[in-house]
Design a protein around this ligand. Structure first.
Ligand SMILES: O=C(O)CCC(=O)C(=O)O
Ligand SMILES: [Fe+2]
Length: 331
């Protein structure tokens, strides 16, 4: 009989902390032991190798941008972009596909892959998601943001082999599918809001309940608690910020590769602190032209294929269109 993977149930009461020191250990047993720990839908990772200085610099770069008057920020309106890059105004996004409210109480600035050392953007064929970044003319902004971006992209490349191991696949399974890092990064600002519990009409939500669209998300959050993660039983757990760690979430592309053996993590954020909150998620997917074909060991007569096969780029574009539809269309 063919070996079939079992679905992972995430039933934690608090989000586990996983030490990534052994991610590139020469000992395969240590890499495998670590891989088993990241099966859960959501973990905090420590010893990730990203210098704190990079986080601080990116944050200090973006704060003056968010402090600009709205018309200046709207010059970089995400709706002017072919590939959803640039500025999202407060309430500009509605991340919960079933959300009833007026939109999400955060503003954001999105970038994708770009080399750090280049004068001008060299375009890359990203199919559905082709296009360039936009940059405000603020001193040090681009350099600080891209320096942090590239450090997290490198961390992500170390995680793909662990996910492959956890699926009993060759460690290099994702290598030829991640040759042009398809990573979107967002710098997010949640302004202080009245300490309301979210109303029945959905107003007051910082970011509505959703799953992320790529394979996994590496998220830095400041020390203001707002993020919540839903367990398989439907319980909301606070992703309490732990200094020096990142949150690692599973996203829809991995769910599609694995026919839901790895489920994508439902999460949301509500900033009830009365304080400003900042977070920086980086969503790491496979190359946009790669079809999300389910892995054979994740399909059986008990677990028939759940998702139609589409490319990563088609999937991401479709989801971004839905998210931003209520505040405009893109070219
Ligand atoms: O701000 C956060 O903690 C979560 C952000 C998020 O879920 C997203 O941008 O997809
Ligand atoms: Fe998210």
């Amino acid at each position: 009989m063919l070996f079939t993977m079992q679905r992972t149930e995430s039933t934690f009461d608090e989000i586990p902390v996983i030490d990534l020191s052994n991610a590139s250990s020469p000992d395969p047993a240590q890499r495998l032991a670590l891989a088993e720990k990241i099966r859960d839908a959501c973990v905090n990772v420590t010893n990730h190798g990203i210098p704190e200085r990079y986080v601080i610099d990116a944050l200090e770069a973006v704060k003056p941008f968010f402090a600009l008057p709205t018309p200046s920020k709207m010059e970089f309106d995400i709706h002017k972009s072919t590939n959803f890059k640039g500025y999202t105004k407060i309430l500009g996004e509605k991340t919960d596909p079933n959300g009833k409210g007026p939109g999400d109480l955060h503003e954001g600035f999105d970038i994708g892959w770009e080399q750090l050392d280049q004068q001008s953007f060299s375009s890359r064929d990203d199919g559905e998601m082709s296009g360039s970044n936009v940059w405000p003319d603020l001193p040090g902004f681009k350099e600080a943001v891209l320096t942090y971006y590239h450090a997290v992209v490198q961390l992500g490349l170390k995680l793909f082999p662990l996910f492959a191991l956890a699926l009993d696949l060759p460690e290099n399974f994702f290598e030829d599918k991640t040759t042009k890092p398809a990573a979107i990064m967002r710098l997010l600002h949640y302004p202080p809001q009245p300490p309301v519990i979210v109303d029945d009409d959905g107003s007051g939500i910082g970011i509505g309940a959703h799953t992320d669209y790529e394979c996994f998300t590496i998220l830095w959050q400041d020390n203001v608690s707002a993020l919540q993660v839903q367990t398989t039983e439907g319980k909301w757990i606070d992703a309490v910020p732990i200094p020096g760690t990142f949150v690692l979430n599973i996203g829809d592309q991995l769910a599609r590769w694995t026919n839901d053996v790895f489920k994508s993590t439902v999460h949301r954020a509500i900033n009830k602190s009365g304080l400003e909150r900042y977070s920086i998620p980086l969503f790491y997917g496979v190359d946009y032209d790669v079809p999300l074909t389910p892995i054979a060991s994740c399909i059986s007569s008990d677990m028939p294929a759940k998702y139609e096969v589409i490319t990563a780029g088609e999937y991401v574009r479709h989801r971004l269109q839905e998210t931003y539809a209520h505040s405009g269309t893109n070219p």
